[in-house]
Unconditional design. Structure first.
Length: 154
């Protein structure tokens, strides 16, 4: 599968104004034989800090959810003519205090082809995107799992 990583990143920021508002930037979007992966960063900006000087929990949630959205566009962008991607549910665990720039690395939990096969069979597939949030030293500060669906267009 070949994707235009720059187009995916630009598409995410164009379609999700809140991601732009808090300064999210995409540093990697790949889709190859090893799977689909996206990395997004949240800058160390006092405008998104919490009471202890690190990124606010809501900003970290938005960062992880945005990285997961990039995965969805990278993996299923060619299906948008017939299905609308929607986040169904999400759970996040804040593991350690995050300080400074944080990144979110998202991966698709199962092969995209399996999800598309379910869509082809007339189903409304659900799939999980797993996200690891880390500080600049690579220490995991949070983990998130987001379940998405591809809702067929009628």
């Amino acid at each position: 599968m070949t994707i235009d990583a720059k187009a995916v990143a630009e598409g995410m920021l164009a379609s999700v104004p809140f991601a732009r508002t808090i300064g999210i930037r995409f540093t990697e979007v790949t889709a190859d034989a090893d799977g689909v992966r996206a990395v997004a960063e949240l800058p160390d900006d006092p405008a998104v800090h919490n009471h202890v000087g690190g990124p606010h929990a809501g900003a970290m949630f938005s960062l992880a959810e945005s990285a997961s959205g990039a995965i969805v566009l990278a993996a299923f962008g060619d299906q948008l003519h017939r299905a609308t991607p929607l986040a169904v549910r999400a759970g996040i665990a804040y593991k350690k205090l995050a300080m400074g720039v944080v990144s979110a690395t998202a991966t698709l939990s199962r092969p995209a082809a399996d999800v598309v096969a379910e869509l082809d069979a007339g189903q409304r597939p659900e799939f999980e995107v797993n996200v690891v949030i880390a500080d600049a030293e690579g220490v995991t500060t949070g983990e998130m799992a987001i379940t998405w669906t591809l809702r067929p267009k009628r």
